[in-house]
Design a protein around this ligand. Structure first.
Ligand code: ADP
Ligand code: MG
Length: 333
């Protein structure tokens, strides 16, 4: 019944859910675990700098200036917010040899001096002692030439729909709602509680996210991973079904995903699950209906009761009815 699948995929696409093939519709229908990336998926991913904490003998402006220039070439939401907070354009001529270490931060030469900007793990790896600000939020530490310059605290906002999306998923029968994040334990716990997740794993490197996901696969579980793809394309691929946030998401995510949510709304996942289940029901109805009618006509024929019109109905009539039934999947409730 490929027609029902096509019509189901068409129906979902009208609501901004792009499903890249019939098999994913089947997988979606059986979903019992949804794993989320934090940034850009459950949160808006539009960070803003809420705290600037320079070390002794460093000014706030100097700290921001160095951080923004180190982040010059990064398009991570964290980097964007730091450049915004600077309030003036970044001078690319002052930056060279920039590179990004996923799950850690960035490094670059700013005015010829080696600068690192990133989390506590990054500072540890270069042997710089960092101070931990008390306020809740994502922390970006900055070091230049081996000297600690201070920390920026950055906060993200939870999407308005995240909590109700979790409610909807639970009532659609999804039992495990898990968040994976590279961010700090405190930030993760705070979000997990506010959004209503059943579990979370924090302080993960991108490769840890793959193994965390693998730990949730198997045992008959059907697992979706939802992310914006910044650093998580491998996890998207590893899940039974990869769901990408299409508006904010990177091209790599949209490429790696099986399902793309055009407007980044996590509530669309539960809608997609319900729609997939309804489509599968229609597929099964059509198969059973077609087999039943054909069997009946065959039996009647063997008993000598069938005529040509009955045979025509069994063939064309059933096909027409199946098409009409399949078209119901084009409308998504
Ligand atoms: P998430 O798991 O929330 O999607 P990422 O895996 O993208 O986050 O990043 C994990 C952590 O790595 C961030 O919370 C931050 O501490 C650090 N980090 C990543 N990219 C950058 C960057 N460009 N600048 C500073 N820190 C970064
Ligand atoms: Mg991310």
């Amino acid at each position: 019944m490929p027609l029902t699948f096509f019509s189901g995929i068409g129906g979902a696409s009208k609501k901004g859910i792009l499903i890249k093939g019939a098999t994913y519709l089947e997988t979606l229908a059986g979903l019992d675990t949804v794993v989320f990336d934090k940034t850009g998926t459950l949160t808006k991913g539009t960070f803003s700098v809420t705290g600037v904490h320079p070390a002794k003998s460093v000014t706030k402006d100097e700290l921001l200036d160095v951080a923004a220039h180190a982040e010059a070439f990064s398009d991570h939401p964290i980097a964007i917010s730091i450049k915004e907070a600077l309030g003036r354009a970044v001078d690319m001529n002052r930056v060279s040899d920039a590179s990004e270490a996923a799950g850690h931060g960035v490094q670059a030469k700013v005015d010829g001096q080696q600068v690192y900007a990133g989390n506590a793990r990054l500072m540890e790896s270069i042997g710089v002692k960092a101070a931990e600000p008390a306020e809740i939020g994502t922390v970006v530490h900055v070091a230049r030439g081996g000297q600690y310059l201070g920390a920026l605290v950055i906060s993200d906002v939870i999407k308005e729909n995240s909590a109700s999306a979790m409610e909807a998923l639970k009532s659609a029968g999804v039992k495990r709602l898990v968040m994976l994040t590279g961010d700090r334990q405190e930030v993760a716990a705070d979000i997990a509680k506010k959004v209503g997740l059943t579990d979370y794993r924090a302080e993960l490197l991108p490769e840890d996210k793959v193994s965390a996901l693998e730990g949730l696969l198997g045992d008959g579980h059907t697992v979706a991973f939802t992310g914006d793809g910044i650093n998580d394309a491998p996890v998207l691929r590893r899940a039974d079904i990869g769901i990408a946030m299409g508006a904010m998401g990177s091209d790599a995510a949209i490429e790696a995903a099986d399902v793309v949510l055009m407007d980044d709304d996590p509530a669309k996942i539960a809608q997609g699950v319900r729609h997939a289940r309804r489509t599968m029901r229609i597929v099964h109805q059509n198969i059973i209906f077609a087999l039943a009618v054909k069997l009946l006509v065959m039996v009647l024929g063997l008993c000598g009761f069938a005529n040509m019109w009955l045979a025509v109905f069994a063939d064309v009539g059933v096909a027409m009815l199946a098409i009409l039934n399949a078209m119901r999947a084009m409308k998504m409730k």
